[in-house]
Each structure stands twice: as structure tokens, then as C-alpha cells.
Design a binder for this molecule. Structure first.
Ligand code: NAI
Ligand code: ISE
Length: 336
């Protein structure tokens, strides 16, 4: 039987996920949607010729008898409320990052889920499902390269909308590195320092861009992460791990190499939708399969919490110019 999904938030990624759940992946159907922009949601359903119905209240959608599981793709500040309501209804919920906008909010979700006694929450950290990152992790765990010592990475967006300001390079963008590098290295963070570089003339006046994040892990690995969200030339994700016996890098997405007019060239993608298209597909298919099997093995509420604690520390480090300690309680047995 198909997993009957209700989606809250029919904006950019909501539409992407609804399309893939309805037309690409197997074992699920979107039966209901909600958005504060009802007109936009109805137009989208109509344009895509989808059968899902619009439900006026997100809470009615969560509690609807014909909705088995929820996907939350609304703006970050609304996530905590919808995830908590899904847990209260005893329904599995896939929530796009961030799980909640504060570490305290994430912890409330962790507590509610543990109280419910069953893992119900998956967070949308899709990079763990990316073929390139999986290859990188397999290479590191093979032991062939010895212990990782340093990681150099970059998260570059060609541009960002005017509403992207303040701490968003960390809370909206670098959170992907915070999660995926912790998973890749199987190590937790203990401190962070953040410095702004010379600002690009393309940055909105309320934005420091680019910035550099220097993280330290429990085992002593140093990570330097560049966040540059007005890089102009394309959407570019880089990750190089320097280990004792060699250096391993995230592969570039496959693209033709062209030799023409005395030039050797290749394409760089322009946005996250395309760059991680396969990862989103694999991520949501795994969520459907897990949900139908009554388990939850993807990035957990605890991962969402850990990322939020780290991102709060990054913000404190950015504002103070100091090295900030990152402290979290030990992982509860429920999440091991
Ligand atoms: P968006 O602004 O394009 O869409 C958000 C939609 O949610 C809008 O249609 C808005 O009307 C609706 N909405 C907002 N608050 C609501 C509420 N309280 N109840 C019902 N509907 C509500 O934003 P976008 O880019 O789709 O981002 C949504 C979330 O997905 C964000 O948390 C973002 O960080 C995350 N995201 C994750 C990505 C990834 O790579 N994993 C990529 C892009 C976004
Ligand atoms: C966006 O919200 C995402 O999650 C993308 O993956 C990221 O690259 C971008 O910087 C964010 O704005």
C-alpha cells in the first residue's frame, strides 16, 4: 500500500519534493498539502495535475485520518511546531533543515520523540545520501588513507535573495557542512572560530560574505570552511580531506569535458536543486521505505539538535571574534 503523505509548505523545495514523491519515487502519494499561500499552492497542484487536496489548517493536515506521514517544507521558524504536532499525532515526519531555529527548540523535539518512545523524525540533511560524499566516507573508513588530519571545504552559491541576511550563511547554508562533516569524520566538534574576509561588492549591506569557519573536532581534526553566497560563477560544493597517507576529495558532478576553439571546458551547475537532485531522490526514497517498514534510519532529531548547537556556537564566534567551545550532552541511548 502507498504511503499517504501530507506536505506543509509548497514553495521551492516543497514543490520539488511533491513532484518527486508523486511522479518519480515509488511507494508514496501526496494526498494533502497546506501553505499560508493557498492560491500559490492551488496553482501548483493545478499546473502539475496533482490529485492532492488543500487543507486550510496545517494541524488538520497532520491529524487527517488519510495522512500517514508528514513532510515539512515550510519556513524554518514553523518547523518546530509542525514536527511536535506530528510526534503528538504519532506520525512519522520528514522535516527540511533546520529542525528548529534554536538548539532549545530542537531539544524540545528530541525530548518529545524520546517520550513517544519511537523514532519518528528525519531531518533533510540530503548530503549523507550523495554518491560523492558516500564514496568519500567509504574511502576514509577503508583505512587506506590513514587518519584524517584536516578538511578544506567550500559552500558557494552564485547569489542569494534579498531576504537572505544576517546569520543565514551559517543557519541556512553552512548547516549542511556541519552535519555532513560530522557524519563523514564520525567525530564531534569541540570548538569554532569564525572570521569575515573582505566583503564582496555583490553582498547585500546586511551580509558578511564570504566568511571562514574554523572548526576543531574531538580527535583534533581542523576543518576550514568557506561560505561564499555571492560567488557569481555557479553553485559549487568542495570538500578535500587531508589524511596521513593521502588526500581525498569530493568528486565533481559528472559533466562533459569539451575541447573546442582552443579551449578545454566543463559546466558548473547553478543551483542546489540540480546539484543534489539525486541525493534528494535517494534520501526521500529511503525515508518512504523506512517509514513503511516502521523504522527511521536517516539523520535524526539528535543530529538536528547537534547541528543547531554547533550553528549557535558559530554565530557566537562570529559576533565575538573569539574561539567558542561547543558542548553537547552525550548522545542518549535512544539515538545510538
Ligand atoms: P520557500 O520560501 O520557497 O517556500 C516555503 C513555503 O512555505 C512558502 O510557500 C510559504 O508560503 C510556506 N510557509 C511558510 N510558513 C508557513 C506556515 N507557517 N504554514 C504553512 N506554510 C508556510 O522556501 P524554500 O526554499 O522552499 O525553503 C523551505 C525550507 O526548506 C527551509 O527551511 C529551507 O532551509 C529548506 N531548504 C532545504 C534545502 C536543502 O538543500 N535541503 C534547499 C532549500 C530549502
Ligand atoms: C538553501 O536553503 C539550501 O539548503 C541549499 O542546499 C544551500 O546550498 C543554500 O545555501 C541554502 O540557501
Amino acid at each position: 500500500m502507498s504511503l499517504r503523505v501530507g506536505v506543509i509548505g509548497t514553495g521551492a523545495i516543497g514543490q520539488e519534493h511533491i513532484r518527486r514523491l508523486s511522479k518519480k519515487l515509488v511507494g508514496a502519494e501526496v494526498v494533502a498539502v497546506n501553505d499560508i499561500n493557498k492560491e500559490g499552492a492551488l496553482k501548483f497542484l493545478d499546473n502539475e495535475a496533482l490529485n492532492a487536496r488543500f487543507i486550510d489548517s496545517p494541524h488538520d493536515l497532520i491529524n487527517a485520518a488519510d495522512v500517514d506521514a508528514i513532510v515539512v517544507t515550510s519556513w524554518g521558524p514553523s518547523h518546530e511546531e509542525f514536527v511536535l504536532a506530528s510526534i503528538a499525532a504519532g506520525k512519522p515526519v520528514f522535516c527540511e533543515k533546520p529542525l528548529a531555529t534554536t538548539a532549545e527548540g530542537c531539544y524540545r523535539i528530541v525530548e518529545a520523540e524520546m517520550k513517544a518512545g519511537k523514532k519518528l523524525v528525519q531531518v533533510g540533511f540530503m548530503r549523507r545520501y550523495d554518491q560523492g560524499y558516500k564514496q568519500l566516507k567509504a574511502a576514509l573508513t577503508s583505512g587506506q588513507f590513514g587518519a584524517p588530519l584536516m578538511v578544506h571545504c567550500a559552500h558557494r552559491n552564485p547569489s542569494v535573495p534579498d531576504a537572505y541576511v544576517g546569520d543565514m550563511p551559517i543557519t541556512d547554508t553552512f548547516v549542511h557542512e556541519i552535519d555532513v562533516l560530522r557524519w563523514l569524520l564520525d567525530d564531534d566538534y569541540v570548538s569554532v572560530q569564525v572570521v569575515a574576509s573582505k566583503n564582496t561588492k555583490y553582498a547585500n549591506p546586511n551580509l558578511k560574505d564570504p566568511i571562514l569557519v574554523l572548526l576543531e573536532t574531538k580527535s583534533g581534526i581542523r576543518i576550514n570552511g568557506e561560505i561564499f553566497v555571492n560567488c557569481k560563477y555557479g553553485y559549487d560544493i568542495q570538500c578535500e580531506v587531508v589524511a596521513e597517507e593521502g588526500v581525498v576529495s569530493l568528486p565533481e558532478p559528472s559533466s562533459l569535458l569539451i575541447r573546442q576553439h582552443e579551449k578545454l571546458s566543463t559546466n558548473i551547475m547553478n543551483d542546489w536543486k540540480l546539484r543534489f537532485i539525486d541525493s534528494y531522490d535517494v534520501e526521500l526514497q529511503a525515508w518512504i521505505n523506512d517509514t513503511k517498514a516502521g523504522k527511521m534510519t536517516g539523520p535524526s532529531a539528535w543530529d538536528g539538535y547537534f547541528t543547531a548547537v554547533t550553528s549557535d556556537a558559530c554565530i557566537e564566534a562570529k559576533n565575538s571574534g573569539k574561539i567558542v567551545a561547543i558542548t553537547t550532552p552525550p548522545t542518549p541511548a535512544f539515538y545510538l
